[in-house]
Design a protein around this ligand. Structure first.
Ligand code: ADP
Length: 424
């Protein structure tokens, strides 16, 4: 890669990283997503942005800080003048972090006085007004996020939420200031830095606000936000002459080989997509009880697929209805059953690749993480969009594979057919 990166991003989970990479690509930046901090010698094509995907949202803060700093160091080494720390658009975090501690560390490393922070993404119903985050019409603390199993969000006032996590005072860039344009926002950030603030929650209600915030944020070395701020930063960079006219041209020609789909997500959306797929390809519904108790089940599933791959795509699914999932969890424990089934899906993926599969669609966030880690995939070029937030990914390197990694609720009923269409 010759030119310096226009933008570097450190993402706190894998599917969020894909979502951001997809947003940047659509906005006109040629983007690569890496899994974890890349090796120093990772060869990349000419790109404008790199998104380093970490799994750091729900791990101890000190570990999240160390991983994020390593990612930041790599990105700065590739010339990134600005870094976006990508968080969830619902500000998923606890009083222990990890947004505040990571922000403080990256800001110190960057030698930056203050960072603009906004999880707003109006297109997906996430807006911020007077520092309060809304999910659709509901304040965050009245939305379903109040009951999140890992990080229940019980306060919509992000100035307060972030101040509890961060070592320095947190200020506000309010709607009136944002309406004044990028210069007004930049002046407000200067004033907040002057008075000792290390971060500022920025209001954004409509997409144009994100463009204003992106242009202002770029004048400093670090910002924190979701894909919405990514969009604002990308638009500002493209306006400044960075990026390519058609970023989604990046993935190039077909890769050949067989095609398979795996589903480990048990979401309503995925269950409907599996049902719809039965009309267009052979579908094997795996018995999760057998997966957990019979070591030959994985090999049998791979053989079932191998016998059919020559005729076209196949789908294998462990997914079950909520009742079936509850029953299995009652017998085996929730986390235990989940991780064991993720490992089984990862082993099946490896078996399929060994049988000549080069195009792989995976449904489920955790399932995708397990598959990608098990296959040892390190970097993806980001291609066309299959469904909102789900791009076609092409592995970097000499024998490329195409992948689609879908978090559970994403995509319409015809998701699998659409994915196969775009992966020809
Ligand atoms: P989503 O993106 O929908 O949350 P994930 O892959 O992140 O999907 O999570 C689904 C979890 O459910 C994974 O841990 C997976 O292994 C597990 N799982 C898959 N099939 C079943 C099943 N039939 N019963 C119980 N758990 C299952």
């Amino acid at each position: 890669m010759s030119a310096a990166l226009a933008l570097g991003a450190v993402a706190d989970d894998y599917t969020g990283a894909s979502d951001l990479a997809n947003t940047l690509t659509k906005a006109g930046l040629r983007t690569v997503q890496t899994i974890g901090v890349p090796a120093d010698d990772l060869a990349l094509p000419e790109v404008d942005a790199v998104v380093v995907a970490l799994k750091s949202r729900s791990i101890p803060a000190a570990e999240a800080v160390a991983k994020s700093r390593a990612a930041e160091g790599w990105l700065r080494g590739r010339g990134a003048a600005h870094i976006l720390f990508k968080i969830c658009s619902t500000f998923d975090s606890t009083e222990a972090g990890n947004i505040g501690p990571v922000l403080d560390a990256l800001r110190a490393d960057a030698g930056e006085a203050v960072a603009l922070v906004t999880p707003a993404f109006p297109e997906t119903g996430r807006t911020v007004y007077q520092g309060h985050l809304f999910v659709g019409a509901q304040p965050l603390n009245e939305s379903p996020l109040k009951d999140h199993p890992l990080n229940p969000m019980r306060d919509a006032n992000l100035v307060r939420v972030l101040a509890r996590q961060s070592g320095s005072p947190v200020g506000l860039v309010d709607t009136a200031t944002v309406a004044g344009g990028a210069d007004a926002v930049a002046a407000r950030l200067d004033a907040l830095a002057e008075s000792g603030h290390g971060a500022a929650i920025a209001d954004a209600i409509v997409e144009a606000d994100l463009e204003t915030l992106g242009a202002a944020a770029l004048r400093r070395r670090l910002s924190v936000g979701a894909s919405g701020l990514g969009l604002g930063l990308a638009r500002a960079l493209v306006a400044a002459g960075r990026g390519a006219a058609r970023a989604d041209a990046l993935p190039g020609a077909g890769v050949g080989g067989h095609t398979a789909c795996l589903a480990g997500s048990c979401s309503q959306a995925t269950l409907g997509q599996i049902e719809a797929a039965e009309a267009v390809m052979p579908v094997l519904r795996l018995d999760p009880e057998r997966i957990l108790s019979d070591r030959t089940a994985i090999g049998a599933a791979i053989e079932w697929a191998a016998a059919r791959l020559g005729d076209g795509p196949v789908l294998l699914a462990t997914s079950g209805t909520p009742e079936a999932v509850r029953a299995l969890q009652a017998r085996h424990g929730g986390a235990e059953a989940g991780h064991a089934i993720e490992a089984a899906n990862a082993a099946i993926a490896a078996g399929l690749v060994a049988r000549g599969v080069r195009r792989l669609v995976v449904a489920g966030g955790e399932t995708s993480g397990a598959v990608v880690d098990h296959l040892g995939l390190r970097a993806f070029l980001v291609g066309p969009e299959i469904a909102a937030g789900v791009p076609v990914l092409r592995t970097a390197g000499s024998e490329p594979m195409l992948l689609a990694l879908k978090s559970g609720n994403f995509g319409g009923r015809d998701f699998f057919a659409r994915a196969l269409d775009l992966m020809r």
